[in-house]
Design a protein around this ligand. Structure first.
Ligand code: CTP
Length: 443
């Protein structure tokens, strides 16, 4: 039985004024056109959870594309329409994005001789969704603004912190929902419900994952590692044996989980210290998830995920570079080896590679030195540029980078400090390099 409840005051309290204005305009436009307008999905869920979410999804019981165009006439911005799906994306002038969908009145045919029933279109729209907590709608028309449309007990499930599917074929229709269930469960600290859990296990027994497209699985994994606490999700996936269901080589065995734990720590540490320099979590965690897979087998995994040739090449290259760096790091000795050598080992790597090495290494001094590299060396710059070399009368060529790299190394090792030191060194370097060349020419 459907529960009717008005949460207008909660909505008003929990959303910024700009968003409220937008909801009101959408509701009024709905009235003018004679259509019911609803906010749906994660947006409504997050209002009830008290978590800010500005991704607005609207459903129109009418013509969604027409509605989107009218909305833009009122508010400015642009519309991208997908006629095939009767959906539109609105980008308002202030950058706010609104997804608009059309709910059609649908006739639902029961199998064999039972009567065909007509369902209210918003109900049908919600019924197609993944979990009850995402199957809520909020009426926006002014007369009933804030009315919660809850056909499936979503509000109760949110209160009880339960993730529940709407019907028993949900995971058969779309097995990626299993990964979504885990993601929502860990994000909100919910529990997958008993019956839903049986359906998850059933889907795994039916090997539904093995047939799932690599692109879709990868997209879901990317979302998982972009969560606040990816490790919680990965642990749950390990419990359920999901990675090996995707591909046997991906089994989250003990050593991998151990490294992933360390990667999560390093990732958090980095996020805390260098907010503004972002890491692509997927690159970092995927290195951990594929750790220990031999070069001769790694292609099976990149093929499973439908990597493009370029993605595959870049990933294999990164693995190779990390391998090289690891060997070099083994012989680097704190206090004995030069800091500039540490710099030249780590500098060619993208930040994800550096963090991976830091997480993977069991040696405390290596971790410490990598963190020193990130904190002090990575962004160090010298003062002179190619222009200065030109002014010194040095002929442009590859020698420029040789000289600049040498000066950089000297600066890292504390051998030059001022710009004058750098210029002097540039001249010395040039003299030495030319002497070398002359010698080579003579012989
Ligand atoms: N959905 C679904 N099955 C999927 C993906 C999405 O039923 N495999 C539905 C969900 O009901 C969801 C809506 O489509 O509410 C929009 O999807 P998305 O934007 O991914 O979900 P949100 O719930 O907004 O999740 P997030 O907070 O992670 O953005």
């Amino acid at each position: 039985r459907r529960r009717e409840k008005n949460i207008a005051s909660t909505v008003t309290n929990r959303l910024p004024q700009k968003m409220l204005d937008l909801l009101n305009v959408a509701g009024e436009l709905g009235n003018k056109l004679g259509w019911e307008i609803y906010a749906v999905g994660g947006f409504v869920r997050d209002i009830l959870l008290g978590r800010p979410n500005l991704d607005l999804d609207l459903v129109v019981e009418g013509d969604g594309i027409f509605f989107a165009k009218e909305l833009v006439k009122k508010l400015g911005g642009r519309v991208k329409a997908h006629n095939k799906f009767k959906t539109a994306v609105v980008i308002l002038e202030n950058g706010q994005r609104v997804d608009v969908a059309t709910a059609r009145l649908e006739y639902y045919e029961y199998p064999a001789a039972l009567p065909t029933v007509e369902l209210s279109s918003i109900k049908m729209d919600l019924y197609r969704r993944d979990f009850t907590v995402n199957a809520l709608a909020l009426r926006l028309n002014p007369d009933r603004f804030g009315q919660l449309v809850d056909f499936f007990g979503a509000e109760r499930d949110i209160r009880n912190k339960t993730i529940r599917v709407l019907h028993s074929l949900s995971f058969v229709e779309d097995p990626t929902r299993i990964l979504r269930a885990i993601r929502f469960e860990r994000r909100f600290d919910f529990q997958i419900g008993g019956q839903t859990m049986r359906l998850v296990k059933n889907a795994l027994n039916l090997k539904l994952f093995s047939k799932l497209s690599g692109t879709r699985v990868m997209h879901e994994l990317q979302l998982i590692v972009s969560e606040e606490d990816p490790l919680a999700c990965l642990n749950r996936m390990q419990e359920l044996g999901i990675m090996e269901a995707i591909h046997p080589l991906l089994k989250l065995h003990k050593e991998r989980i151990q490294v992933l734990i360390e990667l999560a720590k390093v990732h958090n540490w980095y996020k805390l210290l260098y907010l503004e320099q972002s890491v692509e979590p997927w690159k970092l965690y995927f290195l951990g998830m594929t750790m220990g897979i031999k070069n001769t087998q790694i292609k099976q995994v990149t093929d499973r995920f439908h990597f493009t040739q370029r993605e595959e090449r870049e990933f294999l290259q990164l693995r190779e570079m990390i391998h090289e760096a690891l060997i070099q790091l083994m012989s680097w000795r704190e206090g004995k080896s030069k800091l500039s050598r540490l710099y030249s080992i780590l500098h060619p790597l993208p930040v994800e590679g550096v963090l991976f090495l830091m997480g993977k290494s069991r040696k405390e001094h290596i971790r410490r030195n990598i963190s020193q590299y990130l904190a002090r060396l990575r962004d160090m710059e010298i003062e002179i540029t190619g222009n200065d070399l030109h002014e010194l009368g040095i002929e442009p060529g590859p020698i420029y980078s040789t000289i600049l790299e040498k000066i950089m190394a000297a600066k890292i090792d504390g051998q030059v400090e001022t710009k004058k030191d750098e210029l002097d060194m540039a001249q010395e370097c040039y003299a030495r390099e030319s002497a070398k060349e002359d010698k080579a020419d003579e012989s």
